[in-house]
Design a protein around this ligand. Structure first.
Ligand code: HEC
Ligand code: HEC
Ligand code: HEC
Ligand code: HEC
Length: 211
């Protein structure tokens, strides 16, 4: 290799320039680093995936307190239970059932206890055509009056579907109607909306007035 002083000079010069640049980048001489934006954590209540209420079925499956479902700790088998009404045809509840809010439909079209409960076996529900189901199987009862919604639910359009898309890998699971609707006052409760997405450039968008 014959020494070419010009070439050597250029190479040394370039090396110095690149080393200088590397040092400048490392030391961040021109940098105007954005201060890190600390994203506030989303309220855990918003990311909680539990349904808004616990159905009788879920209560039994998870080993919760099912004493409220044992009607015959208080009622006597074989003794008919009478439903009481006031002069406006609203149901009067005894103190023992004061915790129930009875408002099925905005016009109270389905409040009568024995539209759903079986008078002869209080701990069962009964459809209009006389089929009996356990309190834990009440989705079948709801479906007997809310046919279109039940059909949507079966197809996964209403309610919430979890489990496997590929049924070969495992089953699909659907939530009971009463995991979301109180059978006695089924209008879905208002829930607090979650926060919007965090903007990528909060300051830039703030100055432009966008979200
Ligand atoms: C803690 C005790 C207790 C339990 C548990 C209980 N009941 Fe009652 N219930 C009462 C009492 C007391 C009354 C009023 C006296 C009566 O009608 O026998 C009553 C009344 C009723 C009535 C009539 C409502 C009215 O307008 O007066 C219905 C219907 C009823 N109960 C259904 C049920 C069903 C269904 C269950 C189980 C899922 C149940 N009860 C569990 C104590 C209880
Ligand atoms: C639309 C159908 C329907 C009507 C009407 C209805 N119930 Fe129920 N009730 C149910 C179902 C379904 C359950 C099981 C609850 C669950 O899965 O959460 C239940 C549960 C109960 C329970 C036990 C659990 C609890 O929530 O405390 C009592 C007590 C009860 N019902 C009493 C009554 C009384 C009294 C009336 C009339 C005033 C009445 N129900 C009207 C469907 C109904
Ligand atoms: C015997 C028939 C019958 C049964 C059983 C029944 N429903 Fe209903 N449901 C009605 C009627 C009637 C209305 C009122 C419709 C209206 O006012 O437009 C209603 C209304 C509703 C609404 C709308 C409430 C609102 O305020 O807008 C929901 C949600 C609902 N039912 C859920 C259920 C669930 C869940 C079950 C099972 C636990 C059930 N229903 C069982 C007859 C029934
Ligand atoms: C995972 C929760 C969830 C489940 C499970 C669920 N629902 Fe709903 N349901 C909702 C929500 C949310 C709404 C909408 C409420 C609103 O628009 O205010 C609703 C609305 C309804 C309405 C009122 C529709 C209207 O036009 O006003 C009926 C009736 C109803 N559901 C019945 C059922 C029945 C029957 C089942 C079971 C087969 C069921 N739901 C299961 C969450 C659920």
């Amino acid at each position: 290799m014959n020494a070419d002083p010009k070439k050597a000079q250029t190479l040394i010069g370039l090396s110095v320039v690149f080393l200088g640049l590397a040092a400048a980048f490392l030391l961040d001489l021109w940098g105007r680093p954005e201060p890190l934006v600390i994203l506030p954590l989303v309220d855990a209540a918003i990311t909680n995936t539990a349904t808004v209420r616990m159905s009788a079925g879920e209560l039994v499956r998870t080993g919760g307190d099912t004493s409220g479902l044992s009607c015959y700790t208080c009622h006597e088998k074989g003794k008919p239970v009478e439903v009481h009404f006031d002069t406006n045809n609203a149901i009067i509840l005894p103190q023992e059932h004061n915790d129930l809010v009875i408002r099925h439909g905005r016009n109270n079209r389905n409040n009568h206890c024995f539209n759903c409960h079986e008078a002869e076996a209080l701990d069962m529900v009964k459809t209009r055509d006389g089929q009996r189901f356990k309190l834990t199987e009440s989705t079948m009862l709801c479906g007997s009056c809310h046919g279109p919604t039940y059909r949507d639910w079966e197809m996964g359009v209403h309610g919430r579907t979890s489990g496997y898309w590929n049924r070969d890998l495992g089953p699909i699971t659907r939530q009971d109607c009463t995991s979301c609707h109180d059978p006695h006052a089924p209008a879905f409760p208002l829930i607090k909306p979650g926060p919007g997405p965090h903007p990528l450039h909060p300051r830039a968008s703030a100055t432009k007035g966008n979200h």
